[in-house]
Design a protein around this ligand. Sequence first.
Ligand SMILES: *Cc1c(COP(=O)(O)O)cnc(C)c1O
Length: 374
Amino acid sequence: MWQAEARVDLDAIRANAALVSAATTARVMAVVKGDGYGHGAVPSARAALAGGATWLGVCTLGEALELRAAGLTAPILAWLVGPGIPLLEGVVEDVDLNAASTEQLADVVAAAQLAGLPARVHLKIDTGLSRGGSRPEEWPTLVEAAAKARDDGLVEIVGIWSHLVYADDPGHETIDAQLAAYQDALAVAERIGVVPQVRHLANSAATLTRPDTHFDIVRPGIALYGLSPIPGRDFGLRPAMTARARVALTKRVPAGQGVSYGHTYYTDRETTLALVPLGYADGVPRHGSNVGPVSVNGKRYTVAGRVCMDQIVVDVGDDEVRPGDEAVLFGPGDRGEPTADDWAEAIDTINYEIVTRFGSHRVPRVHVGGAEHG
Ligand SMILES: *Cc1c(COP(=O)(O)O)cnc(C)c1O
């Protein structure tokens, strides 16, 4: 018996990984940062590997070490390691580390010296996103420093990589400009004597729409969880997460009754209110107040009044709803329930944020499917 849960369909993740793998001749790095976009990093990684991924990608070193501690042996890239992070464990645990500046490279080299092992590094070029990555002006200096560390036996230069600005608009001019800047960076590196083992640039959207960005590895995230990286475009992916709860209480109230904090909603007739035990502490965006979709027993309604920390109220009219009935915030959408895309549209965000928020401690994450079921 559950009160509220985030149900994660691992067979869907495996099938999505297989679909993505079939869309490319490159290797697939399954991105499981943000606790697998709220789906659980370790089970999501296992399902993606079962579907054909062979690499794993995360943001922090801590995320990478969690995967290693769970016994995952695939190559893992951790791409955001700031100053003061103890990189030694990353080197010892065979985690690939990013370097986007000579300072970051020096930290990696220092860890390699401590470990007495060469560190595996991916050098990142900023091709226009202006986030991580070395500016083209600083790139030759970074590559020269990496080549020296390599010659000293302190690093293995595994990859040269970058990240796209606008892959969700496959015809956007920035993609061609970034491809050109990336090719330039590879050429500069080659002149310095650095030819990486792998080159990688594409996220989900580019994996599904721009084969010219695939190179040796693609890095899909959102597609693995079954959500479209391009709103409104159907790639045949299956959403893996269902966020649902059982109605905790129902009550009849008269017309003109204000509902929830601030009375931002008033009933317009005598009606039944259903209390659903999920709130913003669980990942329901508070911006969903009066606009977020919810299905109860398969029928669609909208959140009535403010989203609270622990609960929301749904006005179900004269429909027959009882405590214990199923309320679904979002799911795959094939049982009449809203999807993460519907929530994203209702509150003007992206589907990524909707599912990633549901990684809380209070809502049990229940994994179904996966290897143990065949
Ligand atoms: C998050 C992320 C990805 C995956 O992006 P999606 O749009 O979810 O496929 C790939 N590469 C990097 C560097 C990222 O930060």
